[in-house]
Design a protein around this ligand. Sequence first.
Ligand SMILES: Cc1cc2nc3c(=O)[nH]c(=O)nc-3n(C[C@H](O)[C@H](O)[C@H](O)COP(=O)(O)OP(=O)(O)OC[C@H]3O[C@@H](n4cnc5c(N)ncnc54)[C@H](O)[C@@H]3O)c2cc1C
Length: 345
Amino acid sequence: MELDCLVIGAGVFGLSVARALKSAGRDVVIVDAVGAGAGASATPLGVLAPHAPDRWNEKKQVQFEALRSLPDVIKALEQETGIDAGYRRCGRLIPLTRAHHDPLWRGRAADAEQNWQGFGNLSVVEPEAVWLSLDSAPFGAALCGLSARINAGRYCKALSASAGAIETGFRLYRLDSEGAVFEDGTRLQAKRIFLTTGADAFRFLPDEEDCTPAGRGEKGQAAVLRLADGPPVDAWPLIYKDRLYIVPRGDGHVAVGATSERDYTAEDTTDHQLDDLIARARSICPRLDGAEVIERWARLRPRAANKRLLVCRHPQLDHVIVSTGGFKTGLAMAHTAAAKAVALA
Ligand SMILES: Cc1cc2nc3c(=O)[nH]c(=O)nc-3n(C[C@H](O)[C@H](O)[C@H](O)COP(=O)(O)OP(=O)(O)OC[C@H]3O[C@@H](n4cnc5c(N)ncnc54)[C@H](O)[C@@H]3O)c2cc1C
């Protein structure tokens, strides 16, 4: 039997595609090797942050439009499913560590006014010393009002509640002109197949013209800490310093991450690199004193060769549509990637 639409991979990209297909009136079957949110999409961080507003370009505009439209998408999803996805426009603090950072960020505030079109602003502030230590922000901090956070696990749960049942235990082995073949030998045929297996998707794509792969998995490690007694942090901004994020999660815990690793032996294990990150977080955020690490987590980010979203027809299989490449901002971009993927169907 030929299905109408088959979505392979139930991360935030696949679930968003399935939801968009469903609302376009298509019949959808979703399969996954493990289950909804089993890959990178259940990141404990859930950061939704824009690129810097200066030197504006097409990539920044595309991401800005995704960030701007996301709150309405989340609101509709929450109303439909009754699941709170934990979206909050909490802002983001970036410590200023050199004297020239102050005029630099004040200049960027003017760029933000122009390029963020009033959706969020940028200012230079004195941070709360218990949240961001004065030693680590000797010239204050930039506060990015466009940044937000989401509870990624609950976002996936809400998307899967909306998208429909997910068949698990289907690990894709091969795509061909007849359909999809899974590791247990099952073959499924569909008018349209959506390849949304995250970092794994690249192995089903041909190499680029220069023989480099279309993309790769980049490992990231993150942790969740339970705070010792003290003031609540849920309303406080994210902190970002030199690739380190400190994220109040809305559940009383704080997430810390993430590493960026090209070389790794196992994709879901954590090691000393995460310990180093946690130590750095404690050194700049006094509120983490005495906080206990309650979760250590690692997965692969899907990183396309040009670091951009990869939403296209499969170059060799016309009935296959690829949607991946979320890399470090996949949570913000999944709904716009889905709209683009469904338009190709
Ligand atoms: C440590 C870390 C922190 C991150 N933090 C953030 C953040 O704060 N904000 C942000 O926007 N982004 C963040 N990201 C990136 C974000 O998680 C990804 O861009 C996004 O989740 C990718 O979604 P996806 O659906 O493409 O892939 P995935 O979420 O990985 O989903 C792929 C799905 O496909 C399934 N699958 C895989 N292989 C197969 C197969 N062969 N057959 C069948 N099914 C298969 C998996 O089980 C999984 O369910 C982070 C990533 C990491 C690793």
